[in-house]
Design a protein around this ligand. Structure first.
Ligand SMILES: [Zn+2]
Length: 72
């Protein structure tokens, strides 16, 4: 058993029109907050993201953190 991987029930990316296999499950609220441009369907509390969209999410949250830290 490897983490939240469920054999037989592959999760796909929650972003509308993406359909790639999900690598991470995140708080849907947080994802919508960070990536408001993405069409996240009605996924409940957890949104599954594929590698590409998770990368975009990480990039965005990193930028936000760095903006915080670089308070001029
Ligand atoms: Zn995706």
């Amino acid at each position: 058993m490897a983490g939240d991987e469920k054999p037989g029930k592959p999760e796909v990316c929650a972003v509308g029109g993406c359909g790639q296999p999900a690598v991470r499950s995140l708080s849907a609220k947080k994802v919508k907050q960070v990536l408001p441009d993405l069409k996240i369907g009605d996924v409940g509390r957890r949104a599954h993201l594929c590698r590409d969209h998770y990368k975009a999410f990480r990039k965005k949250t990193k930028e936000e953190r760095e903006l915080d830290r670089a308070a001029w």
